[in-house]
Design a protein around this ligand. Structure first.
Ligand SMILES: [Zn+2]
Length: 421
């Protein structure tokens, strides 16, 4: 099998941008490099800090002024004509325990590359431009997620912080001590009042729609909000040998029918709706016992709020309809509902123009996963580009994207900022 380093060696580098992205990805990959050539850079670890430091030096080399906030987020500012508002672009540099070298890193280095090109072209953007590195996006430290960007936007409170324990049992206070911060500084956020004209994030797709379409870059049409619904099917446990078929109240038979037909429920709502049952508990869970109870969780997502609401309702009706024809009863309980983040139609239209100017075909893709843009998007306008992922693989050492695809994304986002008013 081709390893990360083999694949990097085989890349075609035909301009300054591909060369710079290539060498920087390699340099960052050395920080927390794993045995199977993956990346291990947990949020707030010494490796994440080391990666940030390396990028801070690159930021300074291109003339940026750099500051760090209480959540460890790094902001490099490149001065534009109007300094009262900013264009912002970035992502994260932490990884899952054995992840790849593109998730997050691709977005930060691409954002920085825009400044590199402006610097070379002696170009001054209309507004000041900030490259941001958000801390602990993956949330593998505290079993959270989007930690830095949510802190920046004031979406994390004391109560949530109190619950944080890392794998070694350390509290947030102990962990923040390592980065010269503390709880008070962490909670003192300025994101909501920040004058962000537009936030842009380039991220690997982590799916294979672009590969299927044979396109390097796509426009994210919205970021799906996850919902969780706990569904409990209640029948009656009984002897698997002595209970005749017509007398059974088998909870698992009903649950199975529910799961089997769930894909149709999602596709009936929209082309972007998805629904999954990935967790289920059968009771009593014995080989010779008719299942008396099944608890399962439906993870369902869509990119706009109205469709998401319809999806939740449809799942409820679906469970009730299936059990209505049996003696099994059902309880449906919505436990989590994260608001999807829409991306403005006008923003998407402007992005399409940038695609065309850069000789690229604009294609729309929903984002099923959360990204830092999701936090920023709660208060500010955002745009996102996905870059083709080889075989859609991510959170895995095999994760890979072609450097030339990244370059294409850089040129599109750069064009977008240059033409955004
Ligand atoms: Zn990511």
């Amino acid at each position: 099998m081709n390893t990360f380093l083999d694949k990097m060696k085989a890349e075609t580098l035909d301009d300054q941008t591909t060369k710079r992205l290539h060498s920087r990805i390699l340099e960052l990959s050395e920080i927390g490099f794993t045995e199977d050539q993956g990346s291990k850079r947990m949020g707030y670890s010494k490796f994440e800090t080391e990666a940030k430091k390396k990028i801070i030096n690159w930021m300074k080399d291109v003339g940026m002024t750099v500051r760090t906030d209480g959540a460890g987020n790094v902001f490099g500012r490149y001065t534009g004509h109007d300094d009262s508002q900013v264009f912002m672009a970035g992502s994260h540099v932490d990884s899952v325990p054995n992840g790849g070298h593109f998730d997050g890193v691709a977005g930060v280095l691409s954002a920085l590359e825009i400044a590199e090109l402006w610097h070379e072209e002696n170009y001054t953007p209309a507004y000041s431009y900030e490259v941001v590195i958000f801390s602990d996006e993956e949330g593998s430290r505290f079993n959270s997620g989007l930690t830095g960007s949510r802190a920046f936007m004031g979406l994390i409170d004391e109560e949530e912080l109190d619950k944080y324990r890392d794998p070694e049992g350390k509290t947030i206070d102990e962990v923040l001590g390592n980065i010269d911060s503390n709880r008070k500084k962490f909670l003192a956020t300025d994101g909501p009042d920040y004058k962000i004209k537009m936030y842009g994030e380039i991220h690997i797709e982590q799916a294979r729609q672009l590969e299927e379409k044979n396109l390097p870059v796509g426009i994210v049409s919205g970021i799906a909000g996850a919902t969780r619904t706990n569904i409990t099917f209640r029948g009656e446990a009984g002897h698997a040998g002595s209970t005749p078929m017509h007398q059974r109240k088998d909870a698992l038979v009903q649950a199975s029918e529910f799961i089997r037909t769930l894909p149709e429920v999602a596709t009936s709502i929209s082309t972007t709706a998805v629904a999954t049952v990935g967790k289920m508990k059968v009771s009593p869970n014995g080989v010779n016992v008719i299942p008396g109870e099944v608890q399962l969780v439906v993870d369902a997502r869509d990119i706009n709020e109205a469709q998401q609401a319809e999806l939740i309702q449809a799942i409820r009706r679906h469970a009730e309809k299936i059990t209505a024809q049996s003696e099994v009863t059902v309880d449906v309980d919505l436990t989590t509902r994260i608001t999807p983040i829409p991306i403005g139609k006008d923003v998407i239209a402007k992005m399409e123009e940038s695609f065309r100017r850069q000789d690229q075909i604009p294609v729309h893709l929903p984002s099923g996963a959360g990204h830092d843009a999701m936090s920023v998007g709660t208060k500010h306008p955002i745009t996102m580009l996905f870059v083709r992922s080889i075989r859609g693989i991510s959170h895995n050492p095999e994760e890979f994207s072609h450097i030339s695809d990244l370059r294409d994304a850089v040129l599109i986002l750069k064009d977008f900022f240059e033409n955004f008013e």
